[in-house]
Write a protein that binds this ligand. Structure first.
Ligand SMILES: NC(=O)c1ccc[n+]([C@@H]2O[C@H](COP(=O)([O-])OP(=O)(O)OC[C@H]3O[C@@H](n4cnc5c(N)ncnc54)[C@H](OP(=O)(O)O)[C@@H]3O)[C@@H](O)[C@H]2O)c1
Length: 256
């Protein structure tokens, strides 16, 4: 019996990286999973991964997956994605706001366009995704919203991720606690997690400087374990929590 049997989950940014691993992990636990990101065909940048490939990997082991092309910056697309999920599966239990971009480089080289893109995908994307699932979760009187932060939200990684990214992640942490405070009365949990150690996702590795020591990077397994735990919460469980994957695993005895 899977931990997420009967649940419907949306994972944004699931065409590659941590989002893809979380989507697969949810499906292995019995959830029906919506794969929401922009890439339907391999992007010109050379980054691997599409929503179709993630969905196909899930279907290959008998899981249920629905790829829906979604740009989290565009409210109409986010609303249409959620409507498609409701038409297909009738409910939404879990939303993982995982989609992100960073803009590495010094502050003085951060253009307004890059600032708006990074704040947009991270913060506006988290706001729009959450807003779009709320009417359904409020009606259901249950739900789990999982936001994604980074050590950059509270520390100075400077040029490695860029000033816009850390600012965006700090905003997501505030958003999480503020939303948890308001949504408890509807029995909706809102939490925020981050990798304790850098994860060798396709996007992160692509962005790293050539001389960066990649030997410290890890796989997404701890993020997947933490996400499965958070996905099982409602407001009567854990809510308003901002923690790393390793902290969640230690605090809640998830180490196996
Ligand atoms: N990797 C790490 O070490 C690390 C550390 C700290 C925090 N994090 C956080 O963990 C999460 C996942 O990171 P990752 O390293 O796995 O990233 P990644 O490999 O770069 O993947 C990012 C995902 O976001 C999607 N995305 C980007 N812009 C989008 C948009 N406008 N609309 C919809 N989807 C969009 C991408 O899909 P498309 O291009 O197909 O749209 C892709 O699936 C992020 O929130 C990141 O900030 C990661």
């Amino acid at each position: 019996m899977g931990k997420l049997n009967g649940k419907v989950a949306i994972v944004t940014g699931a065409s590659r990286g941590i989002g893809k691993a979380v989507a697969i992990g949810f499906a292995r636990e019995g959830a029906r999973v919506v794969i929401a990101a922009r890439s339907v065909t391999p992007p010109k940048s050379g980054l691997p991964g599409t929503i179709i490939e993630t969905a196909d990997e899930i279907k290959a082991f008998g899981g249920k997956a629905l790829p829906i092309k979604t740009n989290v910056l565009v409210e109409e697309e986010v609303l249409a994605m959620v409507q498609t999920v409701l038409d297909e599966w009738g409910r939404v239990d879990i939303l993982v706001n995982n989609a992100a971009v960073a803009a590495p480089g010094p502050f003085v080289e951060t253009t307004t366009k890059l600032w708006n893109l990074v704040l947009g995908v991270n913060v506006l994307g988290t706001f729009l995704g959450t807003k779009a699932v709320l009417p359904t979760m409020m009606k259901q009187r249950s739900g789990s919203i999982i936001n994604t932060t980074s050590v950059a939200g509270a520390s100075r990684l400077r040029e490695l991720t860029g000033i816009a990214y850390g600012t965006a992640k700090a905003a997501i942490e505030h958003f999480t606690c503020a939303a948890a405070a308001e949504l408890g009365e509807y029995n909706i949990a809102v939490n925020c997690y981050r990798p304790a150690q850098g994860v060798a996702s396709e996007g992160w590795v692509f962005n790293l400087p050539a001389d960066y020591d990649k030997s410290q990077l890890v796989g997404p397994e701890k993020m997947v374990k933490a996400a499965i735990f958070l996905a099982q919460q409602d407001a009567k469980g854990v809510s308003g929590c901002v923690a790393s994957d390793e902290e969640l695993i230690q605090w809640h005895g998830l180490a196996d």
